[in-house]
Structures are given as structure tokens and as C-alpha cells.
Design a protein around this ligand. Structure first.
Ligand SMILES: Nc1ncnc2c1ncn2[C@@H]1O[C@H](COP(=O)(O)OP(=O)(O)OP(=O)(O)O)[C@@H](O)[C@H]1O
Length: 267
């Protein structure tokens, strides 16, 4: 784990209610969190437990019904365009479906060039080319073979890698990864996880990993939050939560994973 434990993002009593009256759903209920620089946090829960809603509130894509997020020592404000622009420079997301992340009508070269533009960098053609090549080689892709292709001409694994290449170029302070490995085979999955670990190690990035897979959470995280029906029912280091779970829901999640100890080398 990173030795830099600067605490820089807190959630206080975050709540999201959808709908009214009989249709009312409290998707996230009074959630507190405390994320540090360079920390990998997993938010684990079953389908419908509120993980994606929480992630969208952290991203600033959904407005909270109540509660606040403190970021870098101040209450986060996203009302003004300039505030949103500054926040979204620091925070990026990758989703389980790479098709949702790319403009399918833009070739790979344009998708990567947009990252350079987003950062406001003034580079020569050679420098731009070198940056795109570097990002592709970070994820073991060959820029020369891909730059002229559309995203739908790539395999699922190549698209996932391209998403990570974009994160490498943008180097956000916070990355939200919503089940980014769910559409790839086991081999590509461990490569993607290793790339995320490398991103954290090289850039002191905070990574918030959204998953229903407790084994995966144990493999990748420093800290795990367990979410049930909109609430955080347990949180702690990965070892504490997975090896000595306290809450019945966490115990059940772990029991539901066949042979978790063998599959994830838990000893
Ligand atoms: N826009 C919305 N309008 C109404 N209800 C919603 C909306 N988005 C989510 N919900 C409800 O909020 C609850 C939490 O959903 P959410 O997508 O956050 O769960 P999740 O843990 O991410 O699930 P999954 O793992 O299946 O993605 C669910 O009951 C869902 O139906």
C-alpha cells in the first residue's frame, strides 16, 4: 500500500432517494466514507445494493438528495461550470461496457488525441504521436496497428485496454472503475487488474473499484466497503473484511463464493 495516507475525499451521510410516494426507492442511505491518496477501495455488494448510484454521486453525475462530499478539504460544489470542469479534471471513470465509454464514430487516434486536448497541452505532431504511443505500450497495445481503427473493430479486451490507456494519459487523481473486468476472460482480467495497480503505484491514484466479486475485491484492494440495501454495513482493510468478516451479510457474500480461498490464493 502507498505510504502516502493523505485523506482527501470524505462522504458524509450521503443519501439518494429516487421517485416519490409508493415508488420511492432509497438507493443510498446515509453513507460515510473516507478515501486516501493512492488507496484502492472496493465497494462490494449484490445487484441493486446501490453501488452504481453511490459511484455516480461521487463522480458528480447524480445529485445527492442529502449529505455532502468533501474533496481536498472543502465541500464539493458543482453548480458552476468552472467547478465541474475542475472536478472532472481530477476524476475519471471506466465502466463495465466499453461501448458506453467511447464515441464509436471516432477512430482510436482521435479518442487518444482528445485526451491531449482535454489536458490543454500544446504539443508538436511528433510529441503527440510519442504520447499516444507511450500510452498504448503501457497497456500492451500497438498504436501503429490500431490508430486508424474504430472502437467496434477492436476486441473487448483491446477496448478495455484502450480505456486504461486513456486513463494513463489523463492521469486523474481519482479513478472509479465500475466492474471493468466483467466482460473479459480470466487472463485479460488479471492483466487489467495489474495495469490498474501499476497506475496507482506510478501516479498515486486513488482507485474506487465497484464490484459484486469479493475475491476480486480482496485481490486488488487496500480497503473494502460492504454495501447492503443502500447502507455500508461493514468496512475495513481487505484482510479484516474478508478473513474475519463481522456482519452476517459479509459472511454470506463470502460463503456464496465457491472455493474463494483456492481461486484467489487466500492461503
Ligand atoms: N434512475 C433511477 N430511478 C429509479 N430507481 C433507480 C434509478 N437508478 C437506480 N435505481 C434503483 O436504486 C437501487 C440501487 O441501484 P444501483 O444501480 O445503484 O445498484 P447496484 O448495486 O449498482 O446494482 P448492479 O450491480 O446491478 O449494477 C435499485 O433498487 C435500483 O432499481
Amino acid at each position: 500500500m502507498s505510504s502516502n495516507r493523505e485523506s482527501f475525499m470524505h462522504g458524509k451521510q450521503l443519501t439518494k432517494v429516487f421517485g416519490f410516494g409508493q415508488q420511492k426507492v432509497t438507493a443510498v442511505q446515509a453513507v460515510d466514507f473516507d478515501f486516501h491518496r493512492g488507496e484502492i477501495i472496493s465497494i462490494v455488494g449484490e445487484s441493486g445494493s446501490g453501488k452504481t448510484t453511490l459511484a455516480k454521486m461521487i463522480m458528480g453525475l447524480l445529485k445527492e438528495s442529502s449529505g455532502t462530499i468533501e474533496y481536498k478539504g472543502k465541500t464539493r460544489q458543482l453548480k458552476r461550470h468552472a467547478e465541474r470542469k475542475a472536478y472532472w479534471k481530477d476524476i475519471q471513470a471506466i465502466f463495465q461496457d466499453p461501448f458506453a465509454s467511447f464515441n464509436m464514430f471516432h477512430k482510436v487516434e482521435k479518442l487518444l488525441l482528445d485526451c491531449i486536448k482535454l489536458q490543454g497541452l500544446q504539443l508538436t505532431k511528433d510529441e503527440r504521436f510519442a504520447k499516444m504511443k507511450e500510452a498504448c505500450s503501457f497497456v500492451n497495445l500497438k498504436f501503429e496497428e490500431l490508430y486508424n481503427k474504430y472502437p467496434f473493430e477492436l476486441s473487448g479486451g483491446q477496448m478495455q485496454r484502450l480505456m486504461i490507456a486513456r486513463i494513463f494519459m489523463l492521469h486523474p487523481k481519482v479513478l472509479i472503475a465500475d466492474e471493468p473486468t466483467s466482460m473479459v476472460d480470466a487472463c485479460s482480467r488479471s492483466t487489467i487488474l495489474d495495469m490498474l495497480l501499476k497506475l496507482r503505484d506510478e501516479n498515486n491514484m486513488t482507485i474506487i473499484f465497484i464490484t459484486h466479486d469479493v475475491g476480486l475485491a480482496y485481490y486488488i484492494s487496500d480497503t473494502i466497503y460492504i454495501m447492503e440495501k443502500g447502507k455500508i454495513v461493514e468496512r475495513g482493510t481487505a484482510e479484516e473484511v474478508i478473513l474475519s468478516p463481522q456482519h452476517p451479510y459479509t459472511k454470506q457474500l463470502i460463503a456464496d463464493v465457491p472455493k474463494i480461498h483456492e481461486a484467489w490464493n487466500l492461503g
